[in-house]
Design a protein around this ligand. Sequence first.
Ligand code: CMC
Length: 437
Amino acid sequence: MSGSTTNAGGSVTVTLDGTNKSMKLPLLPGTIGPEVADIRKLYSELGIFTYDPGYGGTAACESKITYIDGDVGVLLHRGYPIEQLAEHSTFLEVAHLLLNGELPTPAEKHDFEQGVMRHTMLHEQLRSFYNGFRRDAHPMAIMCGVVGALSAFYHDSLDINDPEVRRISAFRLIAKMPTIAAWAYKYAIGQPFIYPRNDLGYAENFLYMMNAVPAEEYHVNPVLARAMDLILILHADHEQNASTSTVRLAGSTGANPFACIAAGIASLWGPAHGGANEAVLKMLREIGHVDNIPGFLEKVKDKNSGVLLMGFGHRVYKNYDPRAKIMQHTCHAVLKELGIKDDPLLDLAAELERIALHDEYFISRKLYPNVDFYSGIILKAMGFPTSMFTVLFAVARTVGWFSQWKEMIEDPSQRIGRPRQVYTGPTQRDYVALDQR
Ligand code: CMC
C-alpha cells in the first residue's frame, strides 16, 4: 500500500501496490490539530483494514471538549488553557464548562452548584452494600462495585435518550462520587460514615467527609480545600485516554451511564494510567535516598529490568505535562500550609526529576514528568493513604467521563464501537476426537 496527500482537495490517495485499485480518503479538518484521514470506506472499497494497536494514530470520535498539543504541552478545555482555569476557576465551574460547553453565567453557576450539591447523599440501602466488602479491600475495588450498583438504585433514570435524564444523572454521579469515595475510606479504617454537608464547597465537603468524625467538630482548612479543588480541576478531563475511551466504548452499546462510569473506574485503576500516582510514591520510598537515584535510573534504562520511572512519560505529551507544572507549585503551597519544611520525598522527587531531565535516555525519548509525578506527594501530605490516590483521580475524572459519554450519545453519527483485528491464529481445521489427540 502506498499513500500520497493532496491538501488542496483535502484528501489522501491510497493505492494498493501491485493492483490498479486506489481510493481517495477525505481529510477531516479539526479546528486545531492535525488533519485526520477518514478511513471509514477503506474496507468496502479496497478490502483492507488499518492496524494501530494502542490507537496511537487513530481518531475514534469527533469531540469539542478537550484539546491537547502534546508536542508543546498545551491542554485546553473548550478552548480555555488549563493554566487559566487552574488560576481563576473552580472545579464545579470547570465541570459546567466540560458538560455544557461554556463557562456559566452567575445564575447558571448558582443553579449548577445547587444541582450538584443537592444530590450528594447516597441511598441508605447503599450503606449496607459496603458491608459486603472485606475491610482491607482496595478502595478502587469498592468504587467499581458501588458506582456500578448505582444503576440498580436509579431505575427511573436509565433512559439515556432523554436529555433530562442525562442532566440528572450527571448531577447524581458528580455529586455522589466524593461520598462514595470518602465512605470507601471510612469503611477501611473502621470509622462511621460521615454524611455530606451541602453548605460546603465541593472539595471542602469531600475533605470534610474524609476527615471528620461524629464525636468532634471539624473545620476544613481553606488552603487545603483550594488545593483539593485545584487537584480536581487538573484531573477533570484529558480527551480520549484509556478510561475515557473505555467509557465511550461501553456507552456505545447503549449501556447506562452508571455502568459506563464503573467501567471507566476499572480502566483507570491500572498503574500505566490513574494508578501511577500510587506507584510514584511506592517508587520514591523504594529509592529511599538521593544517593540511590543513579542506580535506580540505570535499572530504568535497562529494558530487561521491567522498571519504569513512574510519573514520567505520556502517550500524548512529548513535552512537560502542563498539569505537572501546576501540581509542583501546589505541592509547595500545601507543604508550606502544613508547616512541612523539608519533605524527604519531595526533595527526592525534585532531584530525580532534575537528573532525569538531563539524562540522554529521557531526553531522546521526550519523557517528562506527568501529572502524577507530584500529586502523590501532595495527597500524602494532606493525609490521604496511597490507596486513595487513584480514587481521587476517579472522583475528578467522573465529569470528564460523563461529558464525553454525553457528547457521544448526542452525536447522530455515533455507532457501536467495534474494532477489527489482524487474525494470526490457525486457519480453518477439522475437530479432532478426544482419543485421537
Ligand atoms: N520510564 C522509562 N522508560 C519509559 C517510560 C518511563 N516511565 N515511559 C516510556 N518509556 C520509554 C519506552 O520504554 C520506550 O522506549 P523505547 O523507544 O526504547 O522502546 C519509549 O520511552 C516510548 O514509550 P512508549 O512505550 O511508546 O510510550 P507509551 O505512549 O506507550 O506509554 C505511558 C505512555 C504513560 C504508559 C508510559 O510513559 C508509562 O508507563 N509511564 C509511567 C506510568 C505513568 O506515569 N503513567 C501516568 C500517565 S499520566 C496520567 C494518566 O493519564 O493516567
